[in-house]
Design a protein. Sequence first.
Length: 418
Amino acid sequence: MREKSLRLSLIDAFLCSLMVGAGETYLPAYSLSIGMGEVFAGILASLPIVSGAILQLITPRGLQRVQSHKHWVVASSVMQALTFIPLIYFSATRAPNFWTLFIILTLYWGSGFSSGLAWNYWMGRLVQVDEGNAFFAKRARISQLGILVGLIGGGLALNYKVELGPFSSVFTLLFLFAATCRLMSSAILSSQWFDPEWRSEPRLGFRASWNVFWANTQKRQFFFYLVPFQAAVFVSSPFVTPYMLAQVKMDYGQYMIAIALLFVGKIVALSAIEKFRGKTSGFNLLLFGAGAIVPLPAMWALSSGAGFIYFLQLISGFAWAFVEVGLSLIFFKDLKQEEKVPVLTVYNLLNSVAIILGTYMGGKVLWFLGEKVTSYYAVFILGSVSRGLGFLPLYLLLKNQVFGQTAAVTDEQTEKAS
């Protein structure tokens, strides 16, 4: 039963990733296509993540009421699929205003975050510690492949203005496809095994989650040092799509290639990471990736040529894969089972504060200097400087990996005891 559930989890990963590739990835492009300004399009790429993170604060209390992480994950994923319905309507009829789109995307991210919190706990029980690296590396490769397939399909549809039946807008087709994939993913999730004995002890509200988060000094320090780096990332990252589409004037075909190469880079990196399976920790992977992405935003100021942008996207994807896999392993291996939901609830909230600060800084600079190429270059350079300042204290904290080694041993002992 457990092995079957793990196989189903890989199918779920592919379907969910198709939704991301064909739907989520093109949300900034949709914002620009309906007349949102470049700054507003950048804000819509990040600010709903913040409000979504706030919305997911109901997760600990909701889990206590539902008393099943599986049921919560399935319900949240269905809710995420349903958020595409208003997008389908608006893309087929009339453009929504900023706040309507903001609310829709808030529900999208909030349901996604809420699902992820309970899913991390669920997978922590379902996946054995000694097979965690191999399973999550394989799942990550399948996810990147799914995103790539969805992204390429969506990009080709947009570039060639594909119409099907009554759907005259390509975005309508993309959002319908994304919703269908997520609903199928929800059905797969509902077929996976969850032992009722895996229910965590009841923890009500944000205060209880905060107490769990605050109880461990080393883990608290790690997240407090990680959050400023995340803020630095969002100084420039929300404005990459507006830059490519509005300033470089890429068509949808070129934009698709640029985004696709980001995921190709991730797939290549995942193959490299697989070779070091069991020989390194999530903290090592995180530090390598975080250090590698520090100079990348400033490199956007070197050239606006399509070939250079493609190259930059490829190496960006390679570096980001180390960050993402590193964090996944930390969440899986270095957080105890009873810590996963409360600690990640608080982390998502702190991360949302980081997103607000980073996006505000980058957006303010872009608004002040005006929507022109040189203004974007200033934002990108500021992004690299900010990342460097955020990375240094994180590196100094983790360079000896004391926390990583200690936490990993503690978690392993806990798993064996359970």
